[in-house]
Ligand binder design. Structure first.
Ligand code: GLN
Length: 470
């Protein structure tokens, strides 16, 4: 740190920009006073030589990380008045490291979506928008827009099927989904518990490494968090990839994918090859079943997780003449359409008559997908694919039917199904000047490799920073 600016100065600067670009709708809640207060405290710690790893760094939290005393909505009317009595482990770790929380970012309702258009608090605008207003991707769309538009230094996201990597790709920034279990899920509003994982959205791969180190680690409050030591991820940025084997799975050449994306994919492979890696063609034969299986498993888990919103203990409540009517009215008025759709699908695939035909079968598919990856990783160290099948679309041009919308996650859901870590790195702009990203996936708990190769990719891509914003 060169100490050219104080934390109070940079925090004030971000808060001013947040006010100036309020029309992007990136934040649901702004924590101006507490941010300025903690920035001053950080400046004192820096002066005293007791700075934490992120001391004084202004960040944003996706609005599904519970923040003690600060409203946490998960993008839903259901939690419009919910002030958590405790802090999520991930945000607590960030606070302990000295990060300054600027606010809570907008998101698709309960993290269900790929365009940040299902939020009860309105859509988010991608700072890359020019003549047309573009979506930032989702569900961590507010976090992605805030990082891309320089409203904060970094932000948290959550990734159940791609919600960190896909908005990162749409917004020209870096998004990293850690291995399932690397970060604690304690205090994150649950969507699909066997898939959810917190992850950083940052401007650079090195930043992602620094952020990841802070939020990683075993937590006894989450039984699925892994008892692993946390490597010094940052030390892998800048490390040579000579001799690494990087697999390119043909199955990710999705029907309808533009030539531009395929060209950038080739370019990415060239960058890695020029840096000394060996590019190997590999096959992940069950990839095409991942998306349909995800859209059974994720809604099934969501329908169970969302059963808790009944208007009784916390959150929104609609009146009713009887208890049953109160439940019904609360859920009818409190949830948006996409969330209701997922609950219906989930309840259906878990119902007695259909459990074997859908849910059980989807679990079997999930095993096969994991097997595909495990065999591929016997031959290669990493996999390289596009992050998304398209670039960001404009409002009004988004797919109208939900199933086409679900295609956004086709490149990213596989890593969630298998619990693998993945990173999206900006690779270039398409003809319409919209960002595109490439994804690297690694074996379980090998995030170091994502940092190592991601850094090479980033330097080779020389992606243009966003300077002018609308
Ligand atoms: N877009 C996917 C969905 O709607 C993934 C969301 C996520 O990762 N939270 O389910």
């Amino acid at each position: 740190m060169d100490k050219e600016f104080s934390s109070a100065e940079i925090t004030k600067c971000f808060l001013d920009r947040m006010a100036k670009y309020v029309h992007w709708n990136a934040f649901i809640t702004v924590c101006e006073e507490s941010a300025l207060r903690s920035a001053q405290l950080s400046d004192q710690k820096i002066a005293a030589g007791t700075a934490g790893a992120l001391e004084g760094v202004p960040i944003a939290l996706k609005d599904l990380f519970l923040s003690k005393g600060i409203r946490t909505t998960a993008g839903s009317k259901m939690l419009h008045n919910f002030i958590p009595p405790y802090e999520s482990t991930v945000s607590q770790k960030l606070l302990d490291a000295g990060a300054v929380v600027l606010g809570k970012t907008n998101m698709d309702e309960f993290a269900m979506g790929s365009a940040n258009i299902t939020s009860h608090y309105g859509p988010v605008v991608n700072p890359w928008s020019r003549d047309k207003k573009l979506v930032p991707g989702g569900s961590s769309g507010g976090s992605a827009a805030a990082v891309a538009g320089h409203l904060c230094a970094a932000a948290t996201g959550s990734d159940t099927g791609g919600s960190v990597r896909q908005p990162a790709a749409f917004s020209g920034i870096v998004g990293l989904k850690p291995t399932y279990g690397r970060c604690s899920r304690y205090g994150m509003v649950a969507f699909a518990s066997s898939l959810d994982q917190a992850g950083p959205l940052t401007k650079t791969v090195r930043d992602a490494a620094i952020f990841l180190k802070v939020i990683s680690g075993h937590d006894e409050k989450d039984s699925t968090s892994a008892a692993r030591t946390t490597p010094d991820f940052e030390s892998f940025a800048g490390k040579s990839i000579r001799g690494m084997k990087i697999g390119v799975p043909g199955e990710y050449k999705i029907a309808g994918m533009s030539e531009e994306i395929i060209d950038y994919w080739r370019k990415g492979a060239e960058i890695l090859k020029d840096a000394g890696a060996e590019i190997v063609e590999v096959s992940l034969p069950h990839s095409k079943y991942a998306l349909p299986a995800y859209y059974i498993i994720a809604p099934a888990e969501a329908s169970a997780n969302l059963a808790r919103y009944d208007g009784v203990r916390y959150g929104f409540r609609a009146e009713g003449k009887t208890l049953k009517e109160m439940y019904e009215n609360t859920r009818a008025e409190g949830f948006g359409d996409e969330v209701k759709r997922r609950i219906l699908i989930g309840a259906y695939v878990l119902s007695a008559g259909y459990y074997d035909a859908y849910y059980l079968r989807a679990l079997k598919v999930r095993k096969l997908i994991l097997q595909d990856f495990l065999s591929a990783f016997e031959k290669v160290d990493l996999l390289l694919t596009p992050s998304t099948p398209t670039s960001a679309f404009a409002f009004g041009e988004e797919p109208k039917d939900p199933v086409t919308m679900y295609l956004n996650d086709v490149c990213t859901v596989t890593a969630n199904m298998a619990g693998l870590p993945g990173i999206s790195v900006p690779i270039g702009l398409d003809k319409l000047n919209r960002p595109l990203g490439l994804q690297l996936m690694a074996p379980h708990f090998q995030e170091e490799r994502l940092i190592q190769a991601g850094d090479v990719l980033e330097k080779g891509a020389n992606f243009p920073a966003l300077t002018e914003v609308a």
